[in-house]
Write a protein that binds this ligand. Structure first.
Ligand code: DO4
Ligand code: MG
Length: 283
């Protein structure tokens, strides 16, 4: 059974399955996506719709981030590479130990990242802070979880991070992570019949003008924790009436001398989901 991709566009909700595109009759994003057994329900919706021809141009020109009333949360230090990079950046502040401990602890690191207001979609601009000199993108597989706590889909996330602010003191994490334009998700909400393949690869490319200045990739099976484990902790004492996105942590961190600059292009691709493309700005 072919997976379904849902795009939020200015014309409405576009459903794509294989070569077919459908414009949904439902205009409310939250009602449409926040359903248990989403793949089954969407397959039913599609049967009652007439294909609309190729809507790929509408998707390319009028795309928005695939969220409305959903919060975005994020997990941290779920890959060895993130643990190492964080221990290094915070060693002068004496904070390194906390990262080693959370990597091994039962309880994962989970933090609030953004609402729709601070989030951009593919083709839009992500921001670096004016009071930070050391900034990186964090390419992360992002789960979509419905209000009942079941994983219903996936998207690509960029957890933009100010490494100097977090490195100065881990208590500055919310300032390093949650500011205007600090989250990007998209291009679509990917809803497969089965959970995403554990060997799916995340790829990151950063271009400055025409030069490729950094690239990296990692398989999602290198993550230390299970998706369900992260979701169970997130839902322990917190409810999400419209569903929630959960970024699952980064396994790709550029070398310490690297920092983003305004104008850089960030491309994050995950097999089957697509590519999230954003340009960096400081305004
Ligand atoms: O501990 C800080 C944040 C970690 C994070 O965002 C990640 O590992 O992806
Ligand atoms: Mg992250």
């Amino acid at each position: 059974m072919q997976a379904i991709k849902i795009y939020k566009t200015r014309k409405g909700i576009v459903i794509n399955q294989g070569d077919d595109f459908f414009l949904s009759k439902e205009s409310d994003w939250d009602t449409f996506v926040n359903r248990r057994d989403l793949f089954k329900k969407m397959s039913g919706d599609v049967k009652g719709l007439k294909a609309n021809g190729d809507l790929s141009e509408e998707i390319a020109n009028n795309l928005a981030a695939p969220l409305s009333g959903q919060e975005i949360w994020a997990a941290g230090v779920t890959y060895l590479r993130s643990r190492e990079a964080r221990m290094e950046e915070s060693k002068d502040a004496g904070g390194g130990d906390f990262y080693a401990k959370v990597y091994d602890a039962d309880r994962p690191e989970l933090f609030f990242k953004a609402t729709a207001y601070r989030t951009v979609g593919s083709g839009e601009v992500v921001r670096i802070r004016k009071d930070s000199q050391w900034n990186v993108p964090e390419p992360e597989l992002t789960l979509f979880v419905c209000s009942e706590g079941t994983i219903e889909g996936y998207t690509i996330g960029n957890d933009m991070s100010s490494r100097d602010i977090e490195g100065e003191n881990p208590l500055y994490l919310p300032q390093a992570k949650s500011y205007n334009g600090s989250a990007a998700i998209g291009p679509c909400l990917y809803v497969p019949a089965e959970p995403i393949h554990p060997e799916s690869i995340i790829q990151l490319e950063i271009k400055r003008q025409t030069a490729l200045i950094f690239s990296g990739e990692i398989s999602i099976n290198r993550m230390k924790r299970k998706h369900k484990e992260l979701v169970d902790y997130l839902f322990r004492e917190t409810s999400f009436p419209k569903g929630v996105y959960l970024m699952t942590g980064t396994g790709i961190v550029p070398p310490d001398h690297f920092t983003l600059q305004p104008g850089d292009e960030i491309k994050i691709a995950i097999e089957n989901i697509g590519t999230l493309v954003n340009t960096v700005s400081q305004h």
